[in-house]
Design a protein around this ligand. Structure first.
Ligand code: AMP
Ligand code: ZN
Length: 114
């Protein structure tokens, strides 16, 4: 998708600090981390919001959570704990309209989120 920040990062046209990649996903460090570990797990397929997910994406979305636990183990936050967050549209604070899952950890987190 032309003019999509995350499509450009996945294509290597914009640099990122990659931590994981497989055939469906690309994961890299968030540029403005909100926790000691803050990684974005991004499907390679350009979908603008969670609302575009359909039955056709079951394997893709399953793979996100498998990747999240693999990355959490590798980053050393699996036992202390971590959070996986996806923001959809304005009230949730979505700023990049290519779906992504925030993997956050390395500090205690409050609930409910702000
Ligand atoms: P959201 O607000 O849920 O749409 O999340 C977008 C995330 O992308 C934010 O946490 C930003 O800090 C992050 N972000 C924006 N630009 C970049 C970039 N060039 N490299 C890495 N992370 C980025
Ligand atoms: Zn995109």
């Amino acid at each position: 998708m032309k003019d999509c920040l995350f499509c450009k990062i996945i294509a290597g046209e914009i640099p990122s600090r990659k931590v994981y990649e497989d055939k469906r996903l690309f994961a890299f460090e968030d540029i403005k981390p909100q926790a000691p570990t803050h990684i974005l797990i991004v499907p390679k397929q350009h979908l603008e919001t969670l609302l575009e997910i359909s039955d056709a994406h079951n394997e893709l979305i399953g793979s996100v959570f498998l990747a999240a636990s693999k990355i959490a183990r590798k980053q050393g936050i699996a036992q202390s704990g971590f959070r996986v967050v996806a923001n959809c549209n304005q009230d949730a604070g979505q700023t990049v309209f290519h779906i992504h899952f925030h993997l956050l950890g390395g500090r205690p987190m409050a609930w409910p989120p702000g």
